[in-house]
Design a protein around this ligand. Structure first.
Ligand SMILES: [Zn+2]
Length: 372
């Protein structure tokens, strides 16, 4: 291609990109993103999660400006088809043309890869979210070229590279964090650390308490627990030990799940039940510093999280309904997304005993081009 033509093409590309960005900004300004999702027969679990993702500003910008297209990976199991459907759905939710739309194409595609999402039975929105995050990361992953030599890396970074296999995506950068698990021998004080990555934190609720605070659940999760019969590599014998969790990498978007469903054994077998406990949680200024490993705090700085979406579950294990409460980046106000109906709510209604999955962000509330 002659050089002047190359310049022309480049100019055309950048003009095209600019026009897409302007269109996305106009969409934000016009108050879009308030489109409902039709219930296709117990698909409220999926609708609830899609509305939470559709109110994740960095994701919306990524999809609406078509930036994701250059990252689509076709050589994986889902061949980029999941991200294409998610992007198509979010684009329609943001084009402002419809009061509500149907998510049947997305339902069809996710049903192709996971049988439980194919039928018309109610599913768990947490399970859907966890699988969807994994698919989206896989559909968007690109090879990251190492910018520093791999020797002498801290253990947490080595474990992160092992997990990501040097592949990365916007999904990984936004939602994935890492937990350090340290087991300490009570006899000789020998410590052994392992690392695990997460796309959401799954927290137990305190037993026999009808009310608690998010910090109670976080304390329970991160506080040390005694384990018996740990094979101490130093004592070369079974010892009592203390197992302690810390966050070694905090993601910009922190998703917190309450384990409301549990198996209850009554001698005849086990049935699934739901804890209806009221958990109080902050809308702004969630400080996670006390749960971050000391070695990471020095480099990471202080991060304050604000809540921008909640996936709610009402009812019991047998019969339930999901909705989403999301803070619109356009209006700066909270809305209730109940399948096809979308209505404004007061921020005082956001904290309720239906809260099931919380979406916190430490990114500024305005669109974030630099994250993409
Ligand atoms: Zn020991």
């Amino acid at each position: 291609m002659p050089q002047n033509m190359q310049i022309q093409v480049k100019k055309k590309d950048s003009l095209h990109k600019l026009s897409l960005i302007i269109r996305a900004i106009i969409a934000f300004k016009n108050g879009r993103g308030l489109t409902g999702l039709k219930n296709l027969g117990n698909t409220c679990y999926m609708n609830s999660i899609m509305q939470c993702l559709s109110n994740t500003t960095a994701l919306v910008e990524y999809f609406v400006t078509h930036s994701y297209r250059k990252h689509i990976n076709r050589s994986n199991k889902t061949q980029g088809r999941i991200v294409e459907e998610v992007a198509a759905l979010i684009k329609v939710l943001w084009n402002g043309q419809y009061k509500y739309i149907s998510s049947k194409d997305l339902r069809y595609i996710v049903g192709q890869y996971q049988q439980i999402f194919r039928g018309i039975e109610q599913q768990d929105s947490h399970e859907f979210l966890t699988i969807l995050m994994d698919w989206l990361h896989s559909d968007l992953q690109t090879l990251k070229i190492a910018d520093s030599p791999r020797t002498n890396l801290p253990a947490s970074q080595k474990a992160w590279l092992e997990f990501t296999k040097s592949r990365e995506s916007l999904i990984l950068r936004l939602f994935y964090g890492q937990i350090k698990s340290t087991v300490k021998c009570m006899q000789c004080s020998k410590e052994s650390a392992t690392y695990e990555c997460f796309s959401n934190l799954s927290l137990e609720l305190p037993q026999n308490a009808n009310r608690c605070d998010l910090s109670d659940c976080l304390d329970m999760y991160f506080n040390g627990e005694k384990i018996r019969g740990w094979n101490c590599p130093s004592c070369k014998d079974k010892r009592d030990a203390i197992k302690k969790l810390d966050i070694s990498k905090l993601p910009p978007i922190l998703v917190v799940h309450f384990k409301r469903f549990y198996a209850d054994s009554d001698g005849l077998g086990s049935t699934y039940k739901k804890k209806q406990s009221f958990v109080n949680f902050p809308l702004i200024n969630l400080n996670m510093n006390s749960y971050v490993a000391r070695s990471e705090l020095r480099t990471g700085g202080s991060k304050m999280y604000h809540l921008y979406a909640v996936s709610n579950h009402y009812g019991s294990m047998e019969g339930g309904h999901y909705t989403a409460f999301c803070k619109s980046s356009v209006y700066g106000k909270w809305f209730k997304f109940d399948d096809q109906s979308v209505s404004a709510i007061d921020s005082s209604e956001v904290v309720s005993s239906a809260a099931y999955i919380l979406f916190y962000s430490c990114l500024p509330e305005a669109p974030q081009s630099d994250v993409i």
